[in-house]
Write a protein that binds this ligand. Structure first.
Ligand SMILES: *Cc1c(COP(=O)(O)O)cnc(C)c1O
Length: 400
């Protein structure tokens, strides 16, 4: 059997980053607001906004910081109720709590997307803002969501941390809501170790986010095109100091040119493995919604006909024995994507039977864009073999 592929190593950072990092190391010019103009972070903001087709971008220390600042920029009252999907990363309810708001969880279906009926029903329950988390790059029905929220004048923040390069009706994800937030943490499409950015077309939201990110005194003058808005907010907002530093921007900027290739390879890899998994009666990879063009760097699939948690756990073990790490979201201990582990949320744990059922059989495995066909074959083969080893051990005994 060939060696199992390593799915954890990152791609090298493009060589183009080296000269700029060397220049920054020599000059010690690491703070974004030291240079009078054109600091690497400022250039990144301009390039990222253009790349996405948004008017403004604010680079910060993480996507969690971007989500927090988005909520603060909306100026929600203390205790405001923010509707979020029950299937997301713990960073999302954490940002809501950090902003002194109350997370309200909406059901997510077996296809990893928001249950629109439950979403619409919960939207009626005194909701002030919505965060849509495109979890693992899966896009919920944004047409329905944006229409429901527009009718009620409820602002939508998109958590596109893991969705850079995803399109909805050909439009960049992250540009549909009032604000879109992205991550540059190492497991995302663009890797700076840590980092985040938010985009918006609204000058007031942008100005408020810039000041609260830590543009103290008149540092906001180094952000273009918002001067009137900034003057209005001077000294009126707290400074949370969540700025990005220049070294991060130097690592990120040359990777923007790599996004299209990574997206295309990631999607091709995903679809290649998805077809092989869907050919197995015990595995199901839900299809994308018709308006959605995905940018995956991992694959999610459901175990079909696995009646007990023990069977699902046995599958995890069989896959591991074949060198492939598969996580059943709800069966791995303390998983940060299982809503029952978000015990920092005030109040009783909500009943979310659909999301819970999905989490108990939904599997997650990494599938980075750099993998070769042989490596993809290894992963797909191991996953199918593992499912068959659990569900049809007798056939395998006779068949081989
Ligand atoms: C990674 C991730 C985040 C958090 O991003 P950080 O930059 O690590 O704060 C939030 N939401 C989703 C869906 C993510 O995948």
């Amino acid at each position: 059997m060939p060696l199992a592929p390593n799915v954890y190593d990152a791609e090298p950072i493009p060589d183009a980053a080296r000269a700029e990092i060397e220049r920054l190391l020599r000059s010690g010019d690491l703070f974004r607001y030291t240079a009078p103009a054109d600091a690497p972070v400022t250039l990144l903001e301009r390039e990222f906004a253009d790349f996405m087709g948004a008017r403004y971008a604010v680079a910060v220390s993480s996507c969690s910081a971007a989500l927090f600042l988005s909520l603060k920029a909306l100026d929600l009252p203390r205790g405001a109720r923010v509707l979020i999907p029950a299937f997301t990363f713990a960073a999302v309810p954490s940002a809501v709590v950090h902003a002194d708001c109350q997370p309200v969880l909406a059901e997510v279906g077996a296809n990893y997307r928001l249950d629109i009926d439950d979403f619409a029903a919960k939207l009626e329950d005194d909701i002030s803002a919505v965060i849509i988390s495109h979890m693992r790059g899966h896009t919920s029905d944004m047409d329905a969501i944006m229409a429901l929220c527009a009718e009620r004048d409820i602002p939508v923040i998109e958590d596109a941390a893991h969705s850079l390069g995803t399109l909805w009706h050909g439009r960049n994800i992250g540009t549909l809501g009032a604000i879109g937030c992205f991550s540059f943490q190492s497991y995302k499409l663009v890797n700076a170790g840590e980092g985040g950015i938010l985009i918006t077309d609204d000058p007031e939201l942008a100005a408020r986010a810039v000041i609260m990110s830590g543009a103290y005194e008149h540092n906001w003058k180094k952000h273009d095109g918002l001067q009137d808005s900034f003057a209005r907010w001077q000294n009126k907002l707290p400074l949370y100091n969540m700025r990005m530093q220049n070294l991060s921007a130097a690592v990120i900027r040359p990777q923007l040119a790599e996004v299209e290739r990574r997206v295309n390879h990631g999607r091709a890899n995903h679809d290649y493995v998805a077809e092989k998994l869907n050919a197995c009666a015990f595995l199901d990879v839900p299809p994308p919604l018709p308006p959605e063009s995905r940018a995956p760097d991992s694959i999610q699939f459901n175990l079909v006909g696995f009646d007990s948690d023990d069977e699902a756990l046995a599958f995890q073990e069989e896959a591991k024995a074949r060198g492939v790490s598969v996580q059943v979201f709800g069966l791995s201990r303390d998983n940060a994507r299982a809503f029952w582990n978000w015990q920092f949320i005030e109040g009783p744990l909500p009943e979310l039977p659909k999301t819970r059922a999905m989490l108990m059989r939904a599997c997650d495995t990494r599938l980075p864009a750099r993998l070769t066909r042989a490596e993809l074959d290894h992963i797909a083969g191991a996953v199918v073999d593992a499912a068959e080893a659990v569900k049809t051990p007798e056939m395998r005994a006779y068949g081989t």
